[in-house]
Structures are given as structure tokens and as C-alpha cells.
Ligand binder design. Structure first.
Ligand SMILES: [Zn+2]
Length: 431
């Protein structure tokens, strides 16, 4: 049966002006026709949804999530019962789709099993691109061992909680990258600089060497994928660029020289994650979140908007990531409002739709509303160009369609608890 969305204000994700009184027809999971609503009447027998006064746009993409993050303190996280961990992660996946994100890239931590559960229709989630375990040097951003002690190492719960493979030297990195791929990673995540949540390092520390990063890139390219790297400062970002890392995450201390280097490479993206610093900077120390974490987060926030402004001014390819952790999982959409402050709402929306789709190499399939593309779309009850804050409030996302299937309908009473139909199991999520 066809699905027809009528009388919508169409924001197609390409950056062009909204088109009033639009009609989008969906057949067999794809957009078959886009026209004006005053044209010939909708196909017979179709389900028609009136979108009068509403904005219809592509489903959102978030290029930097951590859907397995339940607690800022990794020790508290692994102390939870395994069943509780699994069910809470499942809920985070479902709520991400309900918030309007139809495709997300997990930037480390989410196990392949959750992607399999989505593909099997056990839970309803967005298309998932997972990175599996982080690759980190000893004492690096992914090393959760207690600092300055020689006690037993930190143990994640395999298949459930966020795991790091500690790898030093090109050979170990190569092996770790192959291991991540073996476990189902769609792309490889490396820690190239210090980070705010890690116990041993500083933000401006350069971690992996060019040699080590090149080893990961070589493994990734061998199977047709790429590396994304956590990197804050010029030294770390430049090492990534020399090694061929495609996706630079955070980049809070990007400088002009480094931005020019990024610009000179043909297929490099910056994925700012401003909202996570905004949210975490309000936290005081406690519950496993240390005074050091507080200091480093506030330091990272000072660079976040300047780096984004520089990247925008230079014309870098800017994606959109939230990097929200633990109980902030519901705030993913607020990244768009953060970016809008610097780039304007339209460019921030394009970053979270078309550009993120290019970053994920899914631009032929999703990211814009065009005839022939997969029908991943959302309907909003307010104008996101006038008020991009609405992306942070799931109740403004009235309708979510994933691959032609209505998975949320706040006005039509679609049973939110119904399992997706069997056919969903054959829809590849994650390319
Ligand atoms: Zn992250």
C-alpha cells in the first residue's frame, strides 16, 4: 500500500528553501514521487497523512553516538546486572529512533549483537553503523584502568558494555583493527588524542603516531571502510590527516593551519559534538565523575564553538554528532541547535542530514528527500528553521517513517509496541 504525505512544508535536506503544499508518495519503502499537493489526486487505496502546517524532512542522522553508554563511571556501568544493561541499551536504541534519528553511527561501544537485534526486528531502532570496541594506546583516551596504579586492569562485559582494545605499535593496532572488524564493526574508531572522560591524559596530548594510525587506515581500506578518530588539537588532527583518517571527531582546538590541511584533502570530514560539552559542563564532581573530568570538559567547551566557526568559515565538510552519554541520551537533537548558533539553522540541518549521509557513504540512499531514495522521513509540528531547539524535544517529532514503515505516529495512534513486520529483517541497516 502506498503512503502519501499531503500538504506538507517540505524541507528536503539539500539546503534549498522549504517548499509549501508538497506531497510525497512512498511505495515499497522508497520515495516514488514528490509533487505539489494541488496536482492529480493521491493514488487510490493509499494511506494518506495530512501534514498541513507541518514540516516534512529527511530522518535525522547522528554521526557520533554511544548507545551503550549508561553511566559516566565505567566501573558503575559494569556493576549493573547484565539483563539490566541489555534492556537499557535496547531502550536507548528505541528512543533514538522515536526522537527522529533514522540512521546513527555509533562511535564506539555498541556491540554487533544490538545491531543484529534491530535487524531481526526484536527491537525497533535506526539504521546502525557500529564501530565496536575503541582502539586506544596504553594510558590513552580509551584506557579505563585506574591511573598511576598497577592493579588489575578494567574489564568490560563482552557483548554488552563499552570495550577498548589497548594496542601499542603498528602491529598491535593492525591486529586490533582486524579484531574490531571481525566483531562486526562497520568502521574503525581510534583514540588519537587525550580526552575529557579518560583518567590519565590531557586534551592536548597527541596519542597514536602516524605509523599506528596508518596501520588502522590500511586495515580499514582493505575492506572498503574508513577510520574515525577522536582528536582535539592540531598535533593529533594533523597526524590523522597524514595517516588518511577520514572522519575527525570533536576537533575542539582546530587551528587555521590544520583547517587548511583538512580542506586540501578530498574526503575528510569534521564531526563537531558541541552539545555533549554544553551538557557535561554543568556537572560537578561526584559519582565517579572526577574533578579532573570536570576541568577538562570545561576546557573542551571553550574551544568547541571557535573550532566550529573556523571550520564553517573555511568551508570544511561539517557533519553532526551529539556524543551524548549516560542519562543525556535523549538530548541528541540539541546538537543541531548548537551548530545553528554558528552556521544558521539551515546549514545545521543539512549537516545532520545530507552531509552525515555523505560521511556514512549513504548519500545515494538517505539524507535528502528525493525520488528513488529510501523513505526515511520525519514530520515536525513546528518550524525547525525558526526554532531548531525543537529537535531536542521528541514530542515535536510527530511522525517517523523508516524505510517506508511508520514507526511513530503521535497523531494516528500507530501501536508503538507492535513488533516490526517480518520483512524488516531483510532490510540491511548499516549499508
Ligand atoms: Zn565519543
Amino acid at each position: 500500500m502506498s503512503l502519501v504525505l499531503e500538504h506538507a512544508t517540505l524541507l528536503d535536506g539539500t539546503g534549498r528553501d522549504p517548499q509549501p503544499e508538497s506531497r510525497v508518495v512512498v511505495d515499497d519503502g522508497r520515495i516514488s514521487r514528490i509533487s505539489r499537493s494541488n496536482g492529480p489526486s493521491a493514488p487510490k487505496g493509499a494511506r494518506v497523512i495530512d501534514c498541513q502546517g507541518r514540516t516534512l524532512m529527511p530522518g535525522l542522522l547522528d554521526a557520533h553516538v554511544h548507545l551503550a553508554s549508561l553511566d559516566l563511571d565505567p566501573v558503575a556501568e559494569v556493576a549493573l546486572a547484565p539483563a539490566v544493561i541489555a534492556l537499557r541499551i535496547a531502550r536507548q536504541i528505541e528512543e533514538t529512533l522515536q526522537a527522529g534519528f533514522t540512521t546513527v553511527r555509533d562511535a564506539g561501544g555498541l556491540d554487533w549483537g544490538f545491531k543484529d537485534a534491530v535487524n531481526r526486528g526484536l527491537i525497533r531502532g535506526p539504521r546502525l553503523f557500529i564501530s565496536g570496541p575503541f582502539l586506544s594506546q596504553t594510558g590513552g583516551h580509551g584506557d579505563n584502568q585506574r591511573p598511576r596504579t598497577a592493579r588489575e586492569p578494567f574489564h568490560a562485559i563482552p557483548g554488552l558494555t563499552t570495550e577498548t582494545i589497548l594496542a601499542d605499535g603498528a602491529d598491535e593496532v593492525r591486529r586490533a583493527a582486524r579484531e574490531a572488524l571481525r566483531r562486526g564493526a562497520d568502521q574503525i574508531k581510534v583514540m588519537a588524542s587525550g580526552g575529557a572522560a579518560s583518567p590519565t591524559d590531557e586534551l592536548d596530548h597527541v596519542q597514536y603516531s602516524v605509523d599506528e594510525l596508518s596501520a588502522a587506515v590500511g586495515v580499514a581500506r582493505g575492506v572498503g571502510t574508513y577510520v574515525l578518530a577522536h582528536a582535539y588539537g592540531p598535533g593529533a588532527i594533523q597526524a590523522c590527516l597524514r595517516a588518511g583518517v577520514r572522519s575527525i571527531e570533536h576537533g575542539n582546538f582546530l587551528d587555521e593551519e590544520t583547517a587548511d590541511q583538512m580542506l586540501s584533502q578530498s574526503d575528510t570530514y569534521l564531526v563537531p559534538t558541541v552539545i555533549t560539552y554544553e551538557l557535561l559542563s554543568h556537572l560537578e564532581a561526584g559519582n565517579g565523575w572526577t574533578a579532573d573530568n570536570v576541568r577538562k570538559i570545561r576546557q573542551a567547551l571553550t574551544g568547541a564553538y571557535d573550532a566550529l566557526g573556523l571550520a564553517y568559515e573555511k568551508g570544511l565538510r561539517i557533519g553532526s554528532g551529539s556524543d551524548v552519554l549516560a542519562d543525556m541520551q535523549g538530548e541528541k537533537g540539541k546538537e543541531i541547535a548548537c551548530q545553528a548558533r554558528i552556521m544558521g539553522a539551515m546549514n545545521a540541518i543539512v549537516a545532520a542530514t545530507r552531509t552525515n549521509a555523505q560521511l556514512l557513504r549513504m548519500e545515494q540512499e538517505v539524507g535528502t528527500l528525493e525520488e528513488g531514495k529510501r523513505a526515511d522521513l520525519i514530520v515536525l509540528d513546528a518550524d525547525p528553521l525558526a526554532n531548531p531547539d525543537i529537535f531536542g524535544q521528541a514530542n515535536h517529532v510527530r511522525l517517523v517513517v523508516l524505510g517506508g514503515e511508520v514507526v511513530k505516529d503521535l497523531d494516528g495512534g500507530t501501536p508503538a509496541t507492535a513488533l516490526p513486520q517480518q520483512g524488516r529483517a531483510t532490510v540491511p541497516s548499516g549499508g
